[in-house]
Design a protein around this ligand. Structure first.
Ligand code: SF4
Ligand code: SF4
Length: 378
């Protein structure tokens, strides 16, 4: 078999099945990444969602013993929503990050990878493959960078010249010796817009991300959000796009190639108040198919409460007061108390005092006290 010719066939097939960019790299160890991960671990910058075994994350042969090459794929996603609904005084809205618009991208990429696998197996029956998207051991970004899909921007995204950083990435390790592509030159140059705009200073020293400070990660945590970040998340319900929207390479990049990625505006930019009282069943029906639902409804509800505080939405007080008194989850009761104090208004001090008297959870009591302190400041 002519290996280069086969590679061209694979590239042509990838276009047919809706893969927007494909690149190839060797299955060698990711040395540079290893060093970066060790430093990240030492500095405590990891989110805790990663595969804990660094060796596995940088050594493809640990995942497929005869690994010879890795295929990296990228699918462009939309950056602009058609008919985006307006947030009004009565009905404030939150926002899901672009990577959570439309159907869960894990499903979409797995579909493309599985089609690619079938094609490879048809042509090379004894080929061995192992595919992954996001939750796999390998770093999608490190693979994409080495396979020439794009360069690794200072905002820690892979930036493609064609689609900007609005791309989903996935990869497939194979035992077939596909010739590697050349990595791309870093094109950030002296730009540092993303570093300057990050609301929490999570982008540190030359393209390192302190995940513990990154809003994208913080919106996915389940406990109380640390006080210093509560006013920083704004109306973000899930994820954060700020360091991408500010990137000059992303200017004007908005691709609508894949029907499944089109956002339903009522889901991607949902009204906040109805989110607070949603049953598990309603939540599953409405949000179950998007990637932003993977941590369940509690973190999203907590973030919706913070967003209502951000808007100082007095129309939400009745719902928030009800949550503070009645919700079985301490994080929701406490965050609601904090938000009630932030929003302020007649009678809220009385409600907070009443809640304090009957509250048994010490953490929630602390939050009620914070709420009362805001009211007293006013
Ligand atoms: Fe900062 Fe948001 Fe980018 Fe995270 S996603 S690094 S918080 S701008
Ligand atoms: Fe690079 Fe500038 Fe984009 Fe940041 S904003 S990723 S520095 S080009």
């Amino acid at each position: 078999m002519n290996i280069e010719q086969f590679k061209q066939e694979v590239i042509a097939y990838s276009k047919e099945i809706g893969i927007d960019k494909i690149g190839f790299t060797s299955a060698n160890m990711f040395e540079e990444l290893k060093q970066r991960l060790i430093t990240q671990q030492e500095l405590g910058y990891q989110s805790g969602f990663e595969e804990p075994d660094i060796e596995k994350r940088v050594t493809p042969v640990k995942l497929l013993p005869k690994a010879s090459s890795i295929i990296s794929i990228a699918l462009a996603y939309p950056s602009k929503m058609k008919n985006a609904p307006k947030s009004t005084r009565e009905d404030r809205r939150g926002i899901f990050c672009r990577a959570s618009w439309g159907q869960d991208y894990h499903t979409i990429l797995r579909d493309r990878l599985s089609k690619l696998e079938s094609f490879l197996k048809e042509k090379v029956p004894d080929i061995q493959v192992k595919s992954m998207v996001d939750t796999g051991e390998l770093s999608d970004r490190a693979v994409a960078e080495r396979a020439g899909i794009g360069w690794s921007g200072k905002n820690c995204s892979i930036i493609t010249p064609e689609f900007g950083s609005y791309v989903y990435l996935g990869e497939m390790i194979t035992n077939f010796p596909f010739p590697p592509d050349t990595p791309m030159e870093d094109q950030c140059g002296s730009c540092r817009k993303c570093l300057d705009v990050c609301p929490t200073g999570a982008l540190v020293q030359g393209g390192q991300l302190d995940s513990t400070k990154c809003i994208a990660f913080l919106t996915q945590t389940k406990g109380f959000l640390a006080d210093e970040y509560r006013t920083k998340i704004g109306n973000r319900i899930y994820g954060c796009d700020t360091c991408q929207t500010v990137c000059p390479v992303n200017k004007g990049k908005d691709f609508h190639f894949h029907e499944e990625m089109e956002p339903d505006p009522e889901i991607a930019k949902p009204k906040l108040k109805p989110l607070l009282t949603m049953s598990n069943r309603e939540f599953k029906e409405k949000f179950g198919h998007i990637s932003g639902a993977w941590r369940g409804k509690k973190p999203l509800q907590r973030n919706a409460i913070l967003a209502l505080a951000h808007f100082k939405d007095t129309t939400a007080l009745p719902e928030l007061i009800k949550l503070m008194h009645e919700d079985p989850r301490p994080v929701i009761r406490g965050t609601a108390a904090w938000a009630i104090g932030k929003i302020g208004g007649n009678d809220v001090a009385e409600e907070l005092h009443q809640a304090y008297e009957k509250e048994m959870d010490e953490d929630v009591k602390k939050e009620i006290k914070k709420g009362l302190a805001f009211v007293e400041e006013k």
